[in-house]
Design a binder for this molecule. Structure first.
Ligand code: KG4
Ligand code: ZN
Length: 360
């Protein structure tokens, strides 16, 4: 099984070729994984500009497809499917990836697979490690912040999400307030290493609280996140003189407390749904943060879970995870999607399974 993956939902133009040797529960083999990061295009705006992103995807994608195939040493005829991120994401970029994948699939008579970007992140741990279903997933990226029970390649139960900002977004906005470069996550982490995490007393919204108002009883309600109050507190602090390293460290400490508290709650909910399962996967760009990874690993140990964090290049946006999600679907004997399937800006995980979705 060999699949070409295309990812264009945000500011990375990425193409990969992944194969899965036949056999019992094989993990994947990445034959090529090329990424063009549009950082320089967007940096001076302090964030991703959708129109610029779409144009940059269009300019680069064909060249990257050729490069990925050459690196993998395969041609279009050697592929079993063409997978592209079908959403959610910046619609101009998603359209570029989906149209390219459809054209290749049509011209070479291969299955086309529209992959939910979140599903790509959710399944990425299984590409490099034998992580059996079901597992609890904490997806933390620039656009998403969710706790999900993954029962299978197409079985997602959402235990919690963010009611305002995603955690990566909170890092990016905090970095901007502190005058640190974009993307903010790595910059804040670097400063935090030199700072005192107790220097500033920052809020931990929703900590130890249910978000459904049903009281504090564990195992009920949702494990939701909120980060905007934290960002506002930083905004107020920077009105006066501050130490950037100390603020970064205090901010990161608050994020860690929130992520650990919500994950602990979700572990209880997940254990109720899947009593025997003990795997905890952390994915998305923020999973590259070492301090967050250490804290979550410690929490897992306390709660009797085993943590799996994909390598950084598979945590941030990439096409290998999209190709892999395509492989998971094709190996479940699921046919490809109709060429009439449309790209989507919004596409919640666990609400609409891709393969049953008609053209909308
Ligand atoms: O998964 P990703 O590459 O793209 C999205 O789908 O959003 O995640 C990018 C996000 C950005 O917000 C970035 O600031 C954050 O992940 N990030 C980090 C770190 N590296 C990337 N956040 C905290 N610490 C890091 N080391
Ligand atoms: Zn992502």
């Amino acid at each position: 099984m060999r699949v070409l993956g295309i990812e264009t939902s945000c500011d990375e133009t990425a193409v990969a070729v992944v194969d899965a040797p036949a056999g019992d529960r094989p993990i994947g083999r990445i034959l090529a994984n090329v990424i063009y990061s549009q950082l320089t295009e967007h940096r001076r705006f302090g964030g991703v500009v959708p129109e610029i992103a779409a144009r940059a995807h269009l300019e680069r994608l064909d060249g990257l497809v050729a490069e990925a195939l050459a690196t993998a040493g395969v041609g279009f005829g050697d592929l079993d499917g063409i997978a592209a991120t079908g959403g959610p994401g910046l619609i101009g970029g998603v359209m570029v990836g989906v149209m390219t994948a459809k054209a290749i699939a049509f011209a070479h008579d291969k299955p086309f697979l529209a992959i939910n970007h979140l599903e790509g992140h959710a399944l990425s741990a299984r590409l490099t490690e034998e992580v059996a279903f079901p597992y609890l997933l904490l997806l933390v990226s620039g656009g998403h912040c969710q706790l999900v029970g993954v029962g299978g390649a197409d079985d997602f139960r959402v235990y919690g999400g963010t009611i305002d900002d995603a955690v990566g977004e909170a890092f990016d906005k905090t970095a901007k307030l502190l005058g640190l470069p974009y993307p903010g996550g790595p910059a804040v982490e670097k400063c935090a290493q030199k700072g005192n995490p107790r220097a500033y007393d920052l809020p931990r919204p929703l900590l130890n609280r249910r978000t459904d108002g049903r009281g504090d009883k564990r195992n009920e309600g949702r494990a939701d996140f909120s980060f905007s109050g934290l960002k506002t507190a930083v905004r107020q602090l920077v009105q006066g003189p501050v130490n950037i390293d100390d603020i970064s460290a205090s901010f990161q400490a608050a994020v860690i407390d929130i992520l650990c508290d919500r994950s602990r709650l979700a572990m209880a909910m997940f254990s109720r749904d899947f009593p025997a399962a003990k795997n905890f996967v952390v994915a998305g760009g923020v999973a590259a943060n070492q301090a967050i990874g250490r804290a979550l690993t410690g929490l897992s140990e306390e709660e009797g879970f085993l943590t799996h964090i994909p390598p950084p290049r598979l945590c941030t946006d990439n096409a290998a995870m999209i190709a892999w999600a395509g492989i998971e679907r094709l190996s479940d004997n699921i046919r490809g999607d109709a060429l009439s399937v449309s790209p989507r800006a919004r596409w919640p995980l666990g609400v609409v399974p891709a393969r049953f979705e008609p053209n909308t």
